[in-house]
Design a protein around this ligand. Sequence first.
Ligand code: SAM
Length: 228
Amino acid sequence: HLSKRLETVASFIPRGAALADIGSDHAYLPCYAYLHGYITRAIAGEVADGPLRSAKQQVEKAGLSHVISVRKGDGLAVLSPGEVDCITIAGMGGTLITNILEAGKDKLSGVQRLILQPNVGADVVRKWLMNNGWELIAERILKEDGKIYEVLVAEKGDGKKPYANIEAELLLGPFLLKEKNDVFLEKWNNELAHWKQIVRQLTEKAETESAAAKKRELEEKIKLVEEA
Ligand code: SAM
């Protein structure tokens, strides 16, 4: 049984894809995707020894060693160009995800779809996609075990395409903002309350140059999110 978070990631894998799951840890995602008939084969990439071992064990236990190749390496370095058409990267910060994509740009030429699940910093990922010719085609936001997760799906295309009000939508997500579901509202109401508390603390402090700058920056973000 897969987490709702990873099930959501898996639901966007095109049928028949050759998949690379980078930072696969236990390799649950590629195993699930194969056993449900989503993919024909997969590469599970891991940089750390512990997770690499558990990925290998899981793939063997599931009897899938002939279709899922577990490889040790940093990011997309485990791939040859053209080897896969879909890449999933889940359960990391947005900055790490974009660093992996940036460092592995030469491996992305044959890739049709990216499915990315940043734990934090989804805006960083949206910005990278926009600036690198990847069009955001779908987004999901979900809550599981008290945590809120976002899933971003992109295909090659016009990076600027889904955006109308770029500044707000890079932060909030163009599709998520349109849908405005309960989880989305909960996330951004929490963020607003948090930012407002920091602004209050910064106001109480002696007004140093940097505190004032930080306060202005937060007030702008608060305005942006409240308007949206
Ligand atoms: N993708 C799984 C999930 O969503 O449940 C595992 C997430 S786990 C929190 C993050 C994994 O990414 C860790 O196992 C870590 O070793 C791996 N990782 C971090 N940086 C990496 C990199 N540059 N290349 C490959 N794997 C990486």
